[in-house]
Design a protein around this ligand. Structure first.
Ligand code: COA
Length: 139
């Protein structure tokens, strides 16, 4: 299957990035839309997965080295798209001079990130009504 990955620019790709995030977080996980949206997105690095022209995956790296908003449409899960989004964002982070990345993982996604070498630390906390833990990885 030919999934393309695009290092995305918020101004240019905000519709595609937002459509995946809206579907996954707002529709799929009942996150309020105003919590999903973030004015700071235009300053961050983004990656977009496309099946043809259809946006199917998205993730971002903040300016302080946090990976977040990792989202793959339900019907595209389990195909390695999430892993590739993370791998490419780690490359971006490395090029920007980071030697470590962090993220806030929803508890159910902990094993997904552990498979990619992330280690959980600290207590469980709530964000958007969902249980999370901090995780980090040296890159
Ligand atoms: N629990 C355990 N293992 C998981 C998992 C989960 N929830 N999701 C994926 N994995 C495993 C896969 O089986 C695969 O393992 P393998 O290499 O042994 O085959 C590996 O992790 C990579 O999976 P991949 O196919 O790349 O993941 P994906 O494209 O399905 O994306 C998410 C994973 C979490 C991004 C996707 O399920 C998603 O968008 N979920 C809803 C939004 C969300 O929860 N995002 C994370 C917020 S912290």
């Amino acid at each position: 299957m030919g999934i393309r990955y695009l290092i995305a620019d918020w101004d240019k790709h905000k519709e595609q990035l937002s459509s995946v995030r809206y579907e996954v977080f707002v529709v799929g996980q009942n996150v309020p839309p105003e919590l999903e949206r973030d004015e700071a997105d235009r300053h961050y690095n983004h990656i977009l997965a496309l099946d043809g022209e259809k946006p199917v995956g998205a993730a971002r790296l903040t300016n302080d080295g946090y990976i977040g908003r990792v989202a793959v449409l339900e019907e595209y899960r389990g195909m390695g798209i999430g892993r590739e989004l993370i791998r490419q964002l780690e490359e971006v982070a490395f090029e920007l001079g980071f030697n470590q990345v962090e993220l806030g993982a929803q508890l159910h996604a902990l094993p997904f990130y552990e498979k990619m070498g992330y280690q959980a630390f600290g207590d469980i906390y709530m964000d958007a009504g969902i249980e999370h833990r901090h995780m980090k990885k040296n890159i």
